[in-house]
Design a binder for this molecule. Structure first.
Ligand code: NCD
Length: 317
């Protein structure tokens, strides 16, 4: 009988599925470490051996540019062996089940599985079939914890704060279908921020109980209160069109036009997870202005993922 490299019945390693898994203390620890990695990324040579001998599988069942690339780059910079899984060329196309795919990866001995899936809750289900560290890279409209961490790192750097008490985050757009808004809301509240959702009723989560947020349908009435304005793209792949009268009306009421942004606080920053829908979420003039930190967020995405890997699989075997 072949010896099990990783027997799934063994105790599972630490995973990062939802942002609350880390707790406020864990979040601050990861952010502090990510700040250090962000500084190291400014050095000309960026190679560490913290993850030497470790292996990571990127299991992306849904499209991604930034998230997948940064998980890959972060792992490689830290010396891990990183293997990408492409849905279109995998056995999933031949009808293989999610469970068999996860068990196959586990038996190969991967230390971490980075998972993106269109079904909310998929990474939790997968954890039952593997003792590798599972890292949720976005599940349906549910959670995207590493995005929330890189958002927080960007705010820390830009506003020069480590806790978020006294800060007001306004999330504008298609909140109903957004995993980013869920994880980022939780994280910012855990660090002390106040959160307001700004959206038409059809683009708000159907049940707002448990969110402890303020809600507004009128961006111009509240924009001047925000320190951070987070714009959420209409998530077209999750049936956006049926929920608004038309895109022009959405743009008129919620786009971050120049004239609208004139009412924002002087220090207010814009966050955007990407991909940005230029002309819908904001015009080019605002997208390319200093207020919009989406490129900084992308850069911080690498540092945050390095810190997460280090925490989950960086220790002794
Ligand atoms: C987000 C996602 O996939 O949830 N993007 C990302 O991870 N960079 C947000 C989005 O797709 O709008």
């Amino acid at each position: 009988m072949c010896p099990a490299v990783h027997d799934p019945r063994e105790r599972a390693r630490e995973s990062l599925l939802g942002i609350a898994d880390l707790g406020a203390v864990g979040i601050e620890e990861v952010l502090t470490r990510a700040e250090e990695y962000a500084r190291l990324l400014d050095e000309p040579r960026k190679k560490f051996d913290t993850l030497k001998g470790r292996s990571i599988l990127l299991l992306f069942f849904e499209n991604s540019t930034r998230t997948r690339t940064s998980f890959e780059l972060a792992g490689k910079m830290m010396g891990a062996d990183v293997v990408g899984f492409s849905l279109s060329t995998s056995s999933v196309q031949k009808g293989e089940s999610l469970r068999d795919t996860v068990e196959t990866a586990t038996m190969m001995g991967f230390d971490a599985l980075v998972v993106r899936h269109s079904s909310s809750g998929a990474p939790w289900r997968m954890q039952a079939w593997s003792n590798a560290s599972l890292i949720n890279a976005g599940d349906g409209a549910h959670e995207h914890p590493t995005q929330a961490l890189l958002d927080a790192l960007t705010v820390r750097q830009e506003l020069g704060v480590s806790r978020f008490e006294g800060l007001h985050l306004g999330i504008v757009g298609d909140i109903a279908h957004s995993r980013v808004s869920r994880s980022t809301t939780k994280l910012f509240q855990m660090l002390g921020a106040k959160v307001t959702f700004v959206a038409p009723p059809t683009l708000l989560p159907p049940n707002l109980e448990g969110f402890s947020v303020d809600v507004s349908h009128d961006i111009d009435a509240v924009l001047g209160e925000f320190d951070i304005i987070y714009t959420i793209r209409p998530q077209q792949e999750r049936i956006f069109e049926a929920l608004i009268p038309n895109t022009t009306e959405y743009i008129n009421r919620y786009s971050l036009f120049d004239w609208r942004m004139a009412a924002a606080r002087e220090h207010a920053i814009i966050l955007e997870a990407g991909p940005l829908l230029r002309g819908v979420q904001m015009p080019d003039a605002v997208a390319d202005s200093d207020r919009n930190l989406m490129n900084r967020q992308v850069r911080n995405g690498v540092a945050v993922r390095m810190a997460v890997y280090e925490r989950l699989i960086g220790g002794a075997a």
